[in-house]
Design a protein around this ligand. Structure first.
Ligand code: SF4
Length: 402
């Protein structure tokens, strides 16, 4: 019988109870608990704050953070190293550093594992890592604690199947995002496996134009050099296409991209060709979908402004902010500290232009209805801090909220 692998763990260490109290202390929040109990609404003086019914930490993030805490608990005397940020939230990553977990960040050529020895314990983040990174770490002989989210693993299975069957994986995502890099690398498990990443519908239309024979090969290769497999050739690799997506993209756009590419293939080569040479599968994760649905429901209610909390590099937060900005004046802040009650200002990122700046008097005068949501990597205590600062901006002492 093969002995159990004692250097690879992906289901935690059964230490949930041991870390539960610390997790609660680090990430739960009184104000958010209060809002949940009051049907996601808080009214005080002239201010009404409405919280989306799904927001903040998703199951994948909760699991990854818990496993990181369990790992620290399990190996108190060992060096513990995290490959990049566990999730895109600065507070969580700072907290992990305070617990003595080192975070290595990628350089130009990717991660440098030369300092990792067999004695070390290495945590892989919720986004996963590329096949190359994974293999290097396994060769080092260190303990690997893999927190890759199950929903990301589902996308990998899809992309693997495309590569195995000779389809190019067309991935709706951001080519530089950790998750998409890891997902795209899965095609390397099969000889000739190929991928192309498109960021949005405009880029998907480049693909459609090429299928229609309107593309310029040199320009296409130049534009997508960083978003495709090294050997990608649009003349060869746009004949059989399987669509997948980064789990945190805007679901509506992902579906539209799949439909557009499929429709184009059918228009150029016929329905029978499309049936055997085009596949699509929605790989948006349920947590992302639930948050987008909840924000759409919230936007049905009358609101004066929408506040979206989450890192500026957090893909699911950017998707939420984009949805909100279509319907109401929206402020995307990376942290509660962006709200300055003393000055009455907010420092935010414009969801359309991406520019950051301060806005004075952002809540105006008189009654105001504020919608609120947060990305999957924002803990409840930080959401509560933002609520407290909104109240303080309106002259209400958050401590009086009971
Ligand atoms: S956003 Fe979705 S895929 Fe990403 S960690 Fe959360 S549940 Fe998993």
């Amino acid at each position: 019988m093969t002995p159990p692998d004692v250097t690879y763990f992906r289901k935690g260490f059964g230490l949930k109870q041991e870390v539960e109290a610390t997790l609660q202390a680090d990430y739960t929040g009184r104000i958010v608990d209060l809002m949940r109990a009051r049907d996601f609404e808080l009214v005080s003086g002239d201010v009404t704050i409405r919280l989306a019914k799904e927001f903040g930490f998703c199951y994948g993030v909760e699991r990854a953070v818990e496993y990181a805490y369990q790992t620290r608990h399990k190996f108190p005397g060992r060096r513990v190293v995290l490959v990049g940020e566990i999730i895109h939230n600065p507070h969580v990553n700072v907290r992990l550093r305070e617990m003595g977990i080192e975070i290595i960040m990628p350089g130009e050529g990717g991660f440098d594992y030369s300092g990792i020895s067999a004695e070390d314990v290495v945590i892989l983040p919720a986004f996963g890592v590329t096949i190359t990174d994974f293999n290097i770490l396994r060769e080092r002989g260190c303990v690997v604690v893999d927190t890759t989210c199950g929903s990301v693993l589902n996308v990998w299975k899809r992309v693997e199947a495309y590569a195995r069957d000779g389809f190019t994986s067309l991935i709706h995502g951001k080519h530089y995002h950790e998750e998409t890099r890891a997902t795209a690398s899965q095609v390397e498990k099969f000889p000739g496996g190929t991928y192309l990443v498109v960021r949005n519908m405009d880029e998907a239309r480049d693909v459609c134009a090429y299928i229609e024979g309107r593309g310029d090969r040199t320009a296409f290769l130049a534009k997508y050099a960083r978003s495709s497999s090294a050997h990608f050739d649009p003349d060869l690799h746009l004949k059989r296409i399987g669509v997948a997506n980064q789990t945190t993209m805007l679901a509506r756009e992902s579906m539209a991209i799949g439909e557009e590419v499929g429709r184009t293939m059918a228009a150029v080569k016929g329905d029978a060709y499309r049936a055997s040479n085009f596949r699509t599968f929605d790989t948006i994760c349920s947590a992302t979908q639930d948050r987008q649905d909840a924000v759409n429901a919230l936007l049905e209610q009358p609101l004066d402004v929408m506040l979206v909390i989450g890192g500026y590099n957090s893909s699911n937060t950017l998707s939420l902010a984009a949805l909100c900005a279509e319907r109401v004046r929206t402020f995307h802040v990376e942290d509660a500290l962006c709200i300055d009650p003393a000055r009455g200002t907010i420092r935010s990122r414009d969801p359309v232009t991406g520019l950051q700046g301060d806005t004075p008097d952002w809540l105006g005068q008189g009654p105001v209805r504020v919608g609120l949501t947060a990305g999957a990597s924002t803990p409840n205590n930080k959401i509560g801090d933002a609520v407290a600062r909104v109240l303080a901006t309106c002259g209400i002492d958050p401590a009086t909220i009971r």
